[in-house]
Design a protein around this ligand. Structure first.
Ligand code: SF4
Length: 505
């Protein structure tokens, strides 16, 4: 029986088609693997013409998983001797020939309909489909709007998972917790792939051997940027350290000038290429008088997305709605409500609960699917949290229950559940996040607060100033703290902090 290969290159960008580590591109490497298994029985799916591929290619400007599976089914029906489809991603440079053989053997021995490998980082193994299952999957995909992302095929199968015979090959070490992604879909991940290659990795077994002993691979360029765009806040929440840093934030009024923010975004684009920007480091974004311009600076970068964490209080009429209508899913709104009842809300956040709830309801209507109502889980609201969750779920949007942060013991311990892993990891935030205060200062991380001489809270050291020293310089300086974490030598206050395992975007 013949094996076919489908290379999904529908979302590839320049990082997949440029040389990797002085050798072929990720796309060329995926093609080589496909040829070694499927000979000439290869079909490429793409959204625009691809360089240097002589393979048959189906071009469509936009794709759904239904389109992908329909093309796979049509291709398979033109090859009556075929029994198996190898489904590859066009940006994955590390697809392992030996692991592919293992999966093929498993797939055919057990006459599986879908076979995949689990526990490896993305990009080391293809997914396998039985040709006879394709018409059924096309029908299933037609009933569900599944986007063509890396997990798109599994997402379709999940819609009716009990109907399929599925085989899984497990990695000897579960590497998923590293969230390491050596695929060439972004500058960050292409750097990860290149560094892994330069360490000598050529196979999935190499990744299993190398990744646990090289956690420096996890730090490349920032993935998440906190920015403080406003000093003031209409509330002084009882579990927030900000009032202990600056006094009553209700009396503050400074904002980041929009031209400075624009320059910061330009620097961030040059450094990171893609980025999640959260404009709610401290202070309330609703108090920025030109918030539309702040949002526009983020939206002007097509690979940036914006997160607005807000109390839902203080927004000028129509301002947030205008941003949401213009940007759609590229802006995610997090409305902090924290408690189900009025008394609980007042003791945690203060007044104006009705305004906050009305804001959340309004935004759910304006930008459905992009609004998240949030509660920080702590002893104070624990008895009412389930009903908070169920109530907002019924209103049709997303609910975030966030871990309580005592900021390395600066605030009282109000934790409900201990979530820390048994073995301490180098801090995720040092590997992925950068925080920029209103005056450009870059603390080593958002969470690293200590008590100063006048008993106010302050940051434990600074990596410099993003406006004066440049973003890349400050990011590189932050690496010194990460180096210490790699050596299990934790700077003050990291030894007391339990945020190291949490993850933003
Ligand atoms: S351990 Fe805590 S304080 Fe230290 S860098 Fe990570 S998040 Fe910040």
């Amino acid at each position: 029986m013949e094996t076919l290969a489908i290379i999904n290159a529908t979302s590839v960008n320049e990082f997949a088609t440029r040389p990797l580590a002085g050798g072929p591109s990720a796309l060329a490497r995926a093609e080589t693997l496909a040829r070694s298994v499927a000979g000439g029985n290869i079909l490429v799916l793409a959204s625009s013409p691809l360089p240097d591929t002589g393979l048959p290619t189906v071009l469509k400007p936009s794709w759904s998983m239904h389109d992908v599976l329909s093309e796979a089914a049509a291709f398979a029906s033109s090859k009556p001797e075929s029994d198996t489809v190898l489904y590859l991603q066009g940006d994955a440079p590390f697809v392992d020939a030996a692991l592919t053989d293992t999966l093929l053997e498993l797939h055919r021995r057990y006459r599986a309909e879908y076979t995949f490998a689990d526990g490896y980082p993305p990009g080391f193994a293809p997914e396998l489909l039985a040709v006879k299952t394709l018409p059924n999957l096309v029908g299933l995909a037609a009933k569900h709007d599944v986007p063509v992302d890396r997990d798109g095929l599994f997402a379709v199968i999940q819609k009716d998972i009990n109907s399929y015979d599925i085989e899984t090959h497990l990695s000897p070490v579960d590497l998923r917790a590293y969230r390491f992604s050596p695929v060439c879909d972004s500058k960050r991940n292409a750097l990860s792939a290149e560094r892994l290659w330069n360490l000598g990795a050529r196979s999935a077994a190499d990744a299993v051997r190398l990744l646990p002993v090289h956690p420096e691979l996890l730090r490349t360029v920032p993935a998440f940027m906190w920015v403080q765009v406003a000093e003031g806040c209409p509330q002084a929440c009882s579990y927030c350290p900000y009032p202990m840093m600056v006094g009553d934030p209700r009396s503050l009024s400074g904002v980041m000038p929009t031209d400075r923010f624009e320059r910061l975004m330009a620097d961030a684009e040059a450094l990171c290429d893609d980025l999640v920007v959260d404009v709610s480091l401290w202070g309330e974004p609703s108090l920025h008088p030109d918030f539309q311009k702040i949002a526009d600076s983020v939206m002007a970068r097509p690979r940036f997305t914006l997160i607005v964490e807000t109390s839902g209080v203080g927004w000028p009429a129509g301002a947030a709605e205008a941003v949401a209508k213009k940007a759609g899913a590229r802006v995610q709104w997090i409305v902090s409500l924290d408690d189900e009842d009025d008394a609980g809300y007042r003791s945690l956040r203060g007044e104006r609960r009705d305004e906050a709830i009305a804001f959340a309801d309004r935004m759910i209507g304006v930008s459905p699917g992009n609004v998240h109502v949030q509660a920080v889980r702590m002893r104070d609201n624990e008895p009412r949290l389930e009903s908070f969750y169920r109530g907002w779920k019924k209103r049709g949007d997303k609910v975030i229950v966030q871990k309580y942060d005592s900021f390395a013991g600066c605030l009282p311990d109000r934790t409900v559940a201990e979530l820390s892993p048994l073995d301490r990891l180098p801090c995720r935030h040092l590997a992925r996040d950068i925080a920029v205060l209103i005056d450009g200062r870059v603390p080593n991380c958002k969470h690293c607060l200590v008590r100063g001489a006048d008993s106010r809270l302050e940051y434990a050291g600074s990596a410099g100033n993003a406006f004066d020293d440049g973003l890349e310089t400050t990011w590189n300086r932050m690496g010194a703290w990460y180096e210490r974490h790699l050596a299990s030598d934790y700077p003050e206050p990291c030894g007391r902090c339990d945020e190291y395992h949490t993850f933003n975007a």
